[in-house]
Design a protein around this ligand. Structure first.
Ligand code: SAH
Ligand code: DHB
Ligand code: MG
Length: 224
């Protein structure tokens, strides 16, 4: 079966035209990312708006993101925050973090966003050691190999009722293949296994197609 169809992007364009409109800030972000040679693996515009709306829906004041890249999804998420809200975004690559900081500054969101450089597992342990435990919304979009570990930290760092969103949980259908040659698949499958009968988290996953091809989001809520 074809793993991509041009009509998926046409529909995404239609969605953007009607529901999102012009977004020069995010256009500049993507242009800066391309100039800096970052991979174009940001969420799509429609997905970014979805993240913003979900974060607004839980009235998020404290948001955690794992995997900043050039700050495209961070900008969407930070737009959901009230004036005194805060987004902490974790990124391994210092050069990506530099690009993201500049994009976030241009978006006028620098006072709300903190980027923490390093392996996310270490950064998460540091957040936990600081006693942080009240994130309202957590978006996980970094190395898929660690997704089950990120789930554990997400549960510990979030308030009851928090929403967790994991990107790239379908991978063109690869997720159902226990012998996939995509090295990211086993980590993603470990996330599903960890959530099977999880005592504190209800979850679902929604498949998506669009300009970012066939993939999906796993949505979860931590028990109140
Ligand atoms: N959320 C971004 C895209 C993130 S791409 C957006 O939609 O705009 C995944 C990012 O995770 C990359 O920037 C990569 O450098 C980062 N990453 C990969 N492994 C990591 C790790 N172990 N710790 C922290 N970040 C990591
Ligand atoms: C990849 C990572 C992502 O977060 C994504 O949305 C798409 C692709 C990747 O590492 O290939
Ligand atoms: Mg992703």
């Amino acid at each position: 079966m074809a793993k991509s169809d041009p009509s998926w992007s046409e529909v995404d364009d239609y969605i953007v035209q009607h529901l999102i409109g012009d977004d020069p800030v995010q256009d500049s972000c993507l242009a800066a990312n391309a100039r800096a040679g970052l991979p174009a693996i940001d969420v799509s515009p429609a997905q970014g708006r979805m993240l913003e709306l979900l974060a607004r829906g839980v009235q998020a004041q404290q948001i955690l993101e794992i995997g900043t890249l050039g700050g495209y999804s961070a900008i969407w998420l930070a737009r959901a925050l009230p004036d005194d809200g805060r987004l902490i975004s974790l990124e391994l690559e210092p050069a990506y973090a530099d690009v993201a900081r500049s994009n976030i500054e241009r978006a006028g969101l620098a006072d709300k966003v903190e980027i923490v450089i390093g392996e996310a597992v270490g950064s998460l342990a540091a957040l936990q050691a600081k006693g942080l435990s009240a994130f309202d919304f957590i978006f996980v979009d970094a190395d898929k190999e660690n997704y089950a570990t990120y789930l554990d930290y997400a549960v510990q760092l979030s308030r009851p009722g928090a929403m967790l969103v994991f990107d790239n949980v379908v991978r063109e259908g690869g997720v159902v293949n226990p012998n996939s040659d995509d090295p990211k698949v086993p980590g993603t499958r470990a996330l599903y296994s960890a959530l099977q009968n999880h005592p504190k988290v209800s979850a679902t996953a929604i498949q998506t197609v669009g300009s970012k091809k066939w993939d999906g989001f796993l949505l979860a809520v931590v028990q109140v």
